[in-house]
Design a protein around this ligand. Sequence first.
Ligand code: FAD
Length: 317
Amino acid sequence: MAILVFVESAEGKIKKTSIEAVAYAHALGGPVTAIALGAVDKAELEALGKYGAQKVLHAADEKLNQGVIQAYASVLEKALQDEGADILVLANSSLGTPVAARVATKIGASLASNVVDLPQTSGGFVVKRSIYTGKAFAWVELKNQKKVIGLRKNAAEIKEVGSAAQVTPYAVTLSDADFATHITSSEKATGEVLLPEANIVVSGGRGMKGPEHWGILEELAKTLHAATGCSKPVSDMGWRPHHEHVGQTGVKVAPQLYIAIGISGAIQHLAGVNSSKYIVVINKDPEAPFFKAADYGIVGDAFEIIPKLTEAIKAAK
Ligand code: FAD
């Protein structure tokens, strides 16, 4: 049961969710080959061996530097064939999800997205999927021999199980059809810590009253080395950039700690944060729905609490 893992990178660094995908594939038990596309640091690729990849392929063609879905799907289809792999594992990211669907169609595979756990394999290959934006789970049998498994964040525990892997260049032949859709421009998200990858997120809602008050929230985020996020109305009103919008229609985050300040906790917002390990809610309304989803809650005025919290964290460092 050979397994291919598609690993994503940003600015040369492998994404944590892709390291989770390698760890998941290792736990599945087959020989694991990881493949990275576009520019990636060599040391990052070698390190994938520590998490369970026996072999690492690198398709470094610069045309693959941007995540063009058709091109990525073509390369993965070929790599699955070359490696004799029946299973493709990848992260359910904005790139991974459409790539998974294309590859599954190309190779006639059973596809499961948002998988949260290892499969049950007695009497079939049954995976547990998160559905209805994290509100429920479904167990789905993947009947085809070929399988594509998309992982939700935090689906696998990252452990060191081996040593650095050797990286093999992987030559690709790309056609114009692979770039029928291509990226014309892109904008780098601002902020020191990228929101989708962040371990800690400090997020603000309409309770912050206006963009001029975000300084205290940013100071708290800086102290915690956290990314900043916001609710949808906040980005709709232009108080914060759209890439900070968290929720069903925005970024889905899965940090160790999500601090929600002045956010009511509407279901559409919760849909983007319910994979967080711990949630802390600061809200002046004790009846705010977010408290039901919180591990810890502080009832009070954000403008009094945030500076005190920041000072206390600085003092404790
Ligand atoms: P509000 O609901 O106005 O809540 C503000 C909160 O701040 C209140 O709980 C209040 O008690 C508290 N507060 C006020 N002053 C203070 C203070 N001084 N100190 C502390 N607390 C204070 N929303 C998202 O966020 N993400 C999405 O992806 C998303 N997608 C949507 C998709 C659809 C199809 C629809 C219909 C809606 C979507 N929404 C989404 C909107 C969502 O329903 C809510 O309207 C929105 O999340 C509310 O934002 P908020 O909590 O910032 O504002």
